[in-house]
Design a protein around this ligand. Sequence first.
Ligand code: MF3
Ligand code: CO
Length: 273
Amino acid sequence: MILGRRRRAAEPDLPTLDQARPAGDFVASVLSHLREVVDVGWNLLEVDAEAHRLIREAGATSCYIDYHPVFGASPFGYVICTSVNEGVLHGRPHDRVLADGDLLSLDFAVEVEGWVADSCLSITVGTPRSEDQQLIRDTEQVMWAGIDQVRAGATVGDIGHAVMNQAHSLGYLINDRFGGHGVGRTMHEAPFVPNHGTPGGGAELVAGQLITVEPFLIPTTADLVVDETDGWTQLAVDGSRGAHAEHTLQVTDGDPIILTARSDDPSPRSSQV
Ligand code: MF3
Ligand code: CO
C-alpha cells in the first residue's frame, strides 16, 4: 500500500480527458463575452470587474489576483490582464478609458474543478487600424503554427522552432524571455514552452499533459520594458503596438485538444484559412 502510494505520488498529476474541459470552456466563454461587450468608453477597471463578476457567478477561482511571481512588483491584484496598445503582456488594469482604435489584449486564467486554463485574445475597439488587424492575424497564425506541433513525443523545441520560423517568415523578431508553459493544478508549471527552439530539443510532451502556446508580436522589436508606474505591464520598448494570443491545450497522441477554443470563432483554426 505504501509502495503503491509512493508510486502514485511520483507520477505526474495529469487530468484525464475531459477533466480540464470545464476550466477551458469557462475561460473561453469569458473571453468571448468580453470580445462582445468591451468597447470604446469602457474603463479597464470595468473590464476587470466584469471578468470578476463572471468568476464569482461560476464559482471559479482566479489564478491572477494573489499571483506574485519574480516578474511582478507585488501581488497582481486583478483577475485579468488588460494590455493596451504598447502594453504587450501582463497589463495591469488601471483607471483608463478605452479610446477609438485601441488594441487590447485580454489574458485570463482561472481554476475550475481543480484544473487551470489560461488563454489570451487580442481585439480592437471602435474603428480598427488595419495594421493592428494584420498584427492580430499574424500573432494567431504564429500561435497555430506552434499548436500544430503539439503531440505526445514531440518536444517543446519543436513548438518553439515552429513559432519562431513562422514569426520570422512574417517579418517579426522573437522575444526569448517570456513564452508558454505547463498548466495543471496551478497556472505556471513545467515545462517552459519558449517561442524559439531547436527541433527535438527540450522536454518531451506526454499524452494528457496541459500546456500553453502563447506568442506575442510587435512589428518593430522584440524587446519589452516594465512599466515603472505599475511594476507589471510589459511595454514594447519603442512604443509600438503589440498583440498576444494564447490557448491551453491537452496533449494527445494525435491533434491536441484546444481546451480554450471559443465557440464563436469562425472556426477553431480560423486564422489558418
Ligand atoms: N496568463 C499569463 C501567462 O500567460 C500570466 C499573467 S501573470 C499575471 O503566463 F499575474 F499577470 F496574471
Ligand atoms: Co500563459
